[in-house]
Design a protein around this ligand. Sequence first.
Ligand code: CTP
Length: 401
Amino acid sequence: MKQLSNRHILLGISGGIAAYKSAELVRRLKDHGADVRVVMTAAAMEFITPLTLQALSGNPVHTTLLDPEAEAGMGHIELARWADLILVAPASADLMARLANGRGDDLLTTLCLATPAPVALAPAMNQGMWRDPATQANIEILRERGIALFGPAAGEQACGDVGPGRMLEAEQLAELAAGLFQSRALDGVKLCITAGPTREAIDPVRYISNHSSGKMGYALAEAAADAGAQVTLISGPTQLPCPERVTRIDVISAQQMYDASLEKMGNCDIFIACAAVADYRPANVEEQKIKKHNDAMRIELVRNPDIVSAVASHPKRPFTVGFAAETQDVVSYARDKLQRKKLDLIVANDVSDSRIGFNTDDNRVTVIGADTEQHIEQMSKRQLARQLIALIAQQHREPAD
Ligand code: CTP
C-alpha cells in the first residue's frame, strides 16, 4: 500500500548544502505515491538546479513570486490551495526566521502563509546556527503555530562540525510526511458513505439523473480510511477510481442505493449520506426503447425512498450525517432538514455559487448539529473532507459537545 497515494506535496527547498538530498526526497515521496511539485528559493538554486527537480518530479519547478508566465499556469494562490502538505527540506535558519516573522518576501514564504494545508520543516544548518538563541526562539514560535518539525539529526556536518543540524534522510522524511496524514481519529470505526448521482431508467437507453460527480463523497471515503475507519462506499455511477482501502458497492438507481444502505447500516457506526439521490423515478420503465411517435410525451414520476431518513429512523441507527444542497436560506433550510430527517449532523452548501458544489473541485460548507454551527471556508474537496471527517469523528465520540 502506498501511504501517500494521491497526496499533493509541495516540496519547498531553501538554500543549504543539504539541498542535494532534496533530489532523493522527491524520488522517495513519489515512491510513496505522492504527486510532488517543487518550489525553490533563490539561494536553493545556488546548490541544485531546477532542471534536476523538474525531471525528478515530472512537474515544472516554481521559483519566483511575480512571474506572469508562471502565474498564468498555476498561480501562487492556486499552488497554495493545491498542496495537501508543504514540506520545506532543507529549511535554513534564514527561511525559519522569515516564517517566524510572518514574511512573504518570496514564493515559498508566501505559499506557507497562504496555504490552508499543514506545513512541515526539515531544518538543516550548522550546529552553531541551530543552537543560536535566535534560531531556537524562532523554532518555538513556529511550533506554537502548529508547524511540524522533522529533525534535525545530530552528527557529522558538511562543514566538519559535529552536532545537531543535519537534515534527516530522505526516506525518514517521506515516512514522517506520510505519518502526518494518519490521524487515527476513526480507528476501529465502521463507516458507510453514499456518493455520486443515481440514475432512474426511463427505458433501456434513457435515464433521469443529475450533475453530481461524486467527488465530495469519494474524498470523504478517502479521508475516513486515512483516519483509520473501515469504509464502505455505496456509489452511484461516477468516473472516479475507488480510493485505496475502501470497499465500494456499485449501484445505479436510488432503490438499489436504498437496499444496499439498509443492508450495510446494521454493521456501521457512522453513516454519511453524500449522494445526490434522485427524488423521483419513472413510474414505469419501458421494456423497449420509446419511439418518437408524438410531438409531446409525459413521464409519470413517483417518489423514491429517502435513504438517509430511513437509516436515521431505524431503531439501531448509526451516527447519521446528511448533506443539504441549497440555493437560498442555506442554514435555515438545512436546520429544517436536520430535524425532519432526524440527523445528528448536516453539512450545508450553497449550490447557487458556481465556484463550489456540484461538479467543481472546491466546496465551502456550514456544519450544523443540534447545538453546533461551524463554517468551513472554501477549499478543495479533499482538504475539506479531512476537516469534515475530523469534525464528524469528534462529534461521534462526544455528541453532546
Ligand atoms: N437523501 C437520501 N435519499 C433521498 C434524497 C436525499 O438519502 N431519496 C439524502 C442526501 O444524500 C442528502 C440529504 O438527503 O444527504 C439531503 O438531500 P436533499 O436532496 O437536499 O434533501 P431533500 O429531502 O430531497 O430536500 P429538498 O426538498 O430540498 O429536495
